[in-house]
Design a protein around this ligand. Structure first.
Ligand SMILES: Cc1cc2nc3c(=O)[nH]c(=O)nc-3n(C[C@H](O)[C@H](O)[C@H](O)COP(=O)(O)O)c2cc1C
Length: 211
């Protein structure tokens, strides 16, 4: 797959996730080998990847995810004007997200990218926040691209983070020193093509020399 295709067709795949087919460990390790080519602040390389395939642990995380999803799904969420592409896309995303939430415990592999440090204390500067997340999110996205290149599909999720501490306890992650940045669902897909998504136009979001 060429880079342009990989970069523009790595969608959040939920309804077409193959819940029955496990992902070989070697393939996950290959994706992590790619992921750790991403940049990190001061070359710290403070990343960790926690892979969850154990059914009992997935069940607990699935329950935590749904506890977070419930109030999120019934909250009002962002509002968009008529004609905005995001308004039109919303029902599909809600339906797909509900589907994933219902079956979250069944996803073949949950990949939790983590990073050394925490920035959720008061008084932390944006420089520190950007340094921390900037040292794990590029790797996490590279992981997703590498997975796509290998015929796998992913979805970036964050809702379990409402219960980050409980998840840390379950998985033995040292919460006080390690931040969980996301939870990437990983698996094979049930078929079909993936296409570039329609996005908002560039004109209002690109600023040359001044805002
Ligand atoms: C920071 C962030 C948090 C997200 N959290 C969730 C989540 O908890 N659950 C979920 O189903 N999707 C989640 N998503 C996926 C978005 O819904 C998805 O990226 C968006 O709808 C665009 O779809 P696409 O990725 O297929 O282009 C998240 C994405 C990002 C970047």
């Amino acid at each position: 797959m060429d880079a342009q295709t990989c970069l523009t067709t790595t969608r959040s795949v939920r309804k077409r996730l193959d819940f029955d087919r496990p992902v070989p460990r070697e393939l996950i390790l290959e994706c992590i080998e790619v992921a750790v080519q991403a940049p990190t602040g001061s070359n710290r390389q403070g990343w960790h990847f926690v892979i969850v395939t154990d059914p009992e642990k997935k069940k607990v995380i699935g329950d935590l995810y749904r506890q977070s999803w419930g109030p999120y799904a019934s909250s009002r969420g962002p509002r968009y004007a008529e004609g905005d592409v995001r308004l039109e896309q919303m029902p599909r995303i809600v339906s797909s997200s509900q589907y994933l939430a219902d079956r979250f415990h069944e996803v073949p592999a949950m990949v939790i990218p983590c990073i050394h440090g925490r920035v959720d204390a008061s008084g932390v500067t944006n420089l520190e926040i950007a340094g921390l997340y900037g040292s794990i999110l590029p790797a996490a996205w590279s992981f997703m691209l590498a997975a796509r290149d290998r015929g796998l599909v992913t979805a970036w999720t964050t809702l379990h983070l409402k219960y980050e501490r409980e998840t840390a306890e379950l998985l033995g992650i040292p919460y006080e020193r390690i931040t969980q940045a996301a939870l990437i669902t990983l698996g094979y897909h049930t078929g079909g093509e993936f296409k570039p998504a329609e996005r908002i136009p560039l004109e209002p979001i690109v600023h040359w020399n001044s805002w």
